[in-house]
Design a protein around this ligand. Structure first.
Ligand SMILES: [Zn+2]
Length: 220
């Protein structure tokens, strides 16, 4: 579904750009709001880097359940490195799936974008949660969950909100899902959003579909 962007005016070029595509620069004498194109031009000039800003149009990809995800992109020059973020929007703000790739600023930006695109495609065929009629969202039989950690407004940031399969899952809801696995062990790895970790060694996990006798799990 197409989302409406909230536009802001860049104080350098005067163009109206989506709020997520801007940076706020603070100086001794005040601050300036710049679009990322102007910001990146300024950084490349000051660092003497051979860099040409590119804007990438939104792309819609379908996940394994046939649901469309519209990805928006943001290119951010960070000295000699450059990042490209991919994210969905909710009320004009990044939400849902979020990914990042980081490369050398002088590397071909299109190659870096291709890396990000492949990552999006891999994410679209991965599902970590499934809907159970009786118990609601459950962890799939793969028993592996990937996602990212977000601020939870409802708890004023005291507890995390997890984004799994592009959906916001409260810490409490995630806890309930884990109770299907009572007695199992787990391994939790935390890493930067520009990294991707696919390999998980697992053996013998079974009965993770919510069908387990709930009288011994304390979930009811
Ligand atoms: Zn600008």
């Amino acid at each position: 579904m197409a989302e409406e962007n909230r536009y802001t005016r860049c104080e350098a070029c005067g163009n109206d750009v989506p709020g997520y595509d801007t940076v706020h620069l603070s100086y001794d004498k005040g601050s300036r709001l710049l679009c990322l194109r102007c910001f990146n031009d300024m950084i490349s000039e000051s660092h003497g880097i051979d860099f040409t800003h590119e804007s990438f149009d939104p792309i819609t990809l379908q996940d394994v359940d046939g649901i469309n995800h519209e990805f928006h992109f943001r290119v951010h020059l960070l000295g000699t490195k450059v990042s490209i973020d991919a994210f969905e929007l909710k009320n004009g703000e990044p939400a849902g799936y979020e990914f990042q790739v980081v490369g050398d600023a002088e590397e071909d930006l299109l190659n870096l974008f291709k890396k990000l695109f492949e990552r999006l495609r891999r994410a679209m065929v991965q599902k970590h949660l499934k809907e159970d009629d009786r118990f609601g969202p459950q962890i799939t039989d793969e028993a592996t969950v990937r996602g990212h950690i977000e601020w939870d407004e409802d708890t004023d940031g005291m507890l995390p909100c997890l984004v799994i399969d592009g959906k916001e899952i409260s810490w409490e809801a995630f806890g309930r899902m884990l109770m299907t696995f009572e007695g199992f062990h787990f391994q939790l790895e935390i890493f930067d959003k520009s990294e991707e970790r696919q390999e998980v060694v697992r053996k013998g996990v079974k009965n993770a579909d919510g069908s387990r006798d709930s009288t011994d799990s304390g979930t009811t």
